[in-house]
Write a protein of this length. Structure first.
Length: 572
């Protein structure tokens, strides 16, 4: 199909004006921060240098940007930070969250629990589909969080003619401008980004400005700038079915032609945003990269001095008497320099001392340690350290070790759970619109589809391990007392029927692996019936034996227990 484009004329649209004014205001508000980011990027993530002021200082793609970086330790620490966050929060080899509800009545209904499990499975299936690209974008987001303190993920329906699903985009921090509401929640995001003429045609079709369409005929790779502005719909009308009836309004426009290309709405905010730490009065987060910047700058300076010192030590300058042989000194292996020593063996040519090389190494190691601490590497190493840990640990030991990991790591990464709650809300909304989720059971329809997210990642399990560890340790202690005293009633206070299913939830056991309450009651009834039958058989045993003995005696002519029988006839 041939795209002709749209001529928008010269009159701008009020929605374009609103979006562009918002861009000017938001970019001015964060201009100071951009120079800070660029200083960090030079030493921590060189590829991000000069990408924080779109359209102004962008460098050419693929150019070399490591000219200010002398030590790669910060870059490695950032890479490790991303791996640590991924392994603790969103490990790819396991389901790291599940859906449930706090409504106890709903939680007793098996089909409701199975529905939550089906939706959880669908989320993971679409999230980790190759076309979704979640894993790569999620890892990039962790690095943005570690380097610059703010991570924004765009979640939308997959734009494909052959399949439905999700698509994720980790937005470069230089493209994203954010605002928060009165409660500190990020509810406004403006993305200022570039696309080629061909990409613009692919997204907007006939809505593409005719100038861009014509340019694509001669140069499909010509760059143009676009704005995607998402903000709350303050004049929302819930009775309307179009974008004005949705909570958020989305505007996309082209900067060069001042053309308004699309207006639509979202029920759920499509730009989940997280921060590492926040300072008062600031919308953007602070990062480990900012904390480690002094150490990175010091390390870089020390590395420069260290390299010079190492060069002097390996290829030293020489000291010689002015009548010495310095002009003819040869330093190739095996060469004999005659006249280099006096008749009594004293050196006439000596190497200039290069300084204390080991002190420089120690000083750099101190800075590397500070950098590793900023990026949590030391905590992860401490939590995973296997020294002095027995090869085989019992259950209390395992739970205690999990608790220790949770104590160490929860304060610094646990805040990201709020962010992933926003991610899951948006995923469910997109999949619901595409009719890719199973139908709700009637009970949930009546409850308006309520759900809660429970995180089953290694960090959350470590945090909740204290509950299980306390219960197991208490029961173990009570069991020892019961065995010593012979009084099993000591275990009566412990409600195993409540504790064991909750411990299964803490350990992430799927609902389909657990029996329903009806199945449990049926098993209890069957067990009670079998026990009663056994007790009846045991109680009937002596009476049945006595009846059998009487019958045998009667056959032999004996009246067991009667009067006048042979055994009761005066001994005759």
């Amino acid at each position: 199909m041939t795209i002709t484009g749209t001529d928008y004329g010269t009159q701008s649209n009020p929605l374009f004006d609103e979006a562009y004014i918002a861009y000017q205001q938001m970019s001015a508000a964060r201009s100071i921060l951009e120079s800070h980011w660029d200083e960090i990027a030079a030493l921590l993530w060189p590829e991000m240098r000069s990408t924080f002021s779109p359209g102004q200082t962008m460098r050419s793609p693929y150019d070399k940007r490591t000219d200010k970086q002398l030590d790669s330790s910060p870059q490695i620490a950032l890479q490790n930070f991303g791996a640590i966050m991924d392994s603790l929060l969103t490990p790819r080899n396991q389901k790291w969250h599940r859906l449930t509800t706090n409504n106890k009545d709903l939680n007793k209904i098996r089909r409701v629990k199975l529905y939550y499990e089906d939706v959880t499975n669908a989320l993971f299936r679409f999230r980790y589909a190759p076309s979704a690209n979640f894993a790569g974008q999620n890892q990039n987001g962790f690095k943005l969080l570690g380097g610059f303190g703010t991570n924004t993920l765009y979640i939308d329906a997959l734009d494909s003619r052959t399949e439905k699903g999700l698509r994720y985009k980790s937005c470069p921090i230089g493209e994203i401008y954010i605002r928060r509401n009165h409660q500190g929640i990020c509810n406004t995001v403006l993305r200022y980004f570039s696309m080629t003429a061909q990409q613009a045609i692919q997204e907007f079709g006939e809505a593409t400005p005719v100038q861009i369409v014509k340019k694509a005929e001669s140069n499909k790779d010509a760059l143009y700038w676009f704005i995607h502005y998402v903000c709350p719909q303050y004049d929302m009308d819930p009775s309307r079915a179009d974008y004005k009836g949705m909570e958020y309004r989305s505007v996309k426009c082209n900067v060069e032609t001042q053309a308004l290309l699309s207006v639509k709405g979202y029920h759920v905010f499509p730009f989940p945003t997280s921060t590492y730490t926040e300072a008062p009065g600031e919308d953007y987060g602070r990062s480990p990269g900012m904390q480690a910047l002094p150490a990175m700058k010091t390390l870089n300076a020390q590395k420069s001095s260290h390299l010079k010192q190492g060069h002097r030590a390996a290829d030293p300058a020489y000291l010689s008497h002015d009548d010495g042989i310095i002009d003819n000194l040869r330093i190739r292996p095996g060469i004999i320099n005659r006249g280099g020593v006096s008749a009594d063996g004293r050196l006439l040519v000596q190497a200039l001392p290069a300084g204390n090389y080991e002190i420089q190494k120690d000083m750099m190691d101190e800075e590397r340690t500070a950098i590793k601490q900023a990026f949590l590497t030391h905590l992860f190493e401490l939590a995973m350290n296997s020294e002095n840990v027995p090869d085989r640990m019992n259950v209390p030991q395992v739970l205690e070790r999990m608790k220790e990991k949770g104590i160490l790591l929860a304060p610094v990464v646990g805040a990201q759970t709020t962010y992933y709650g926003q991610v899951i809300d948006r995923e469910i909304d997109v999949l619901t619109q595409q009719r890719l989720l199973p139908p709700m059971p009637p009970e949930l329809v009546e409850a308006e589809g309520e759900y809660d997210v429970i995180y089953d990642n290694p960090l959350s399990r470590s945090m909740r391990a204290e509950e299980s560890a306390g219960f197991v340790q208490s029961v173990q202690f009570a069991t020892e007392i019961a065995n010593a005293t012979g009084d099993p009633s000591i275990l009566d206070p412990y409600n195993f029927e409540e504790a064991l299913p909750q411990m299964a939830e803490i350990n992430g056991v799927p609902a389909s692996w657990m029996r329903s309450q009806d199945e449990i009651e049926a098993i209890k009834a069957k067990r009670a019936a079998a026990l009663k039958a056994q007790q009846d058989a045991e109680a009937a045993g002596p009476a049945a034996a006595l009846v059998g003995a009487a019958a045998k005696a009667k056959v032999a002519g004996l009246d067991v227990g009667g009067q006048g029988g042979p055994l009761n006839n005066g001994g005759q």
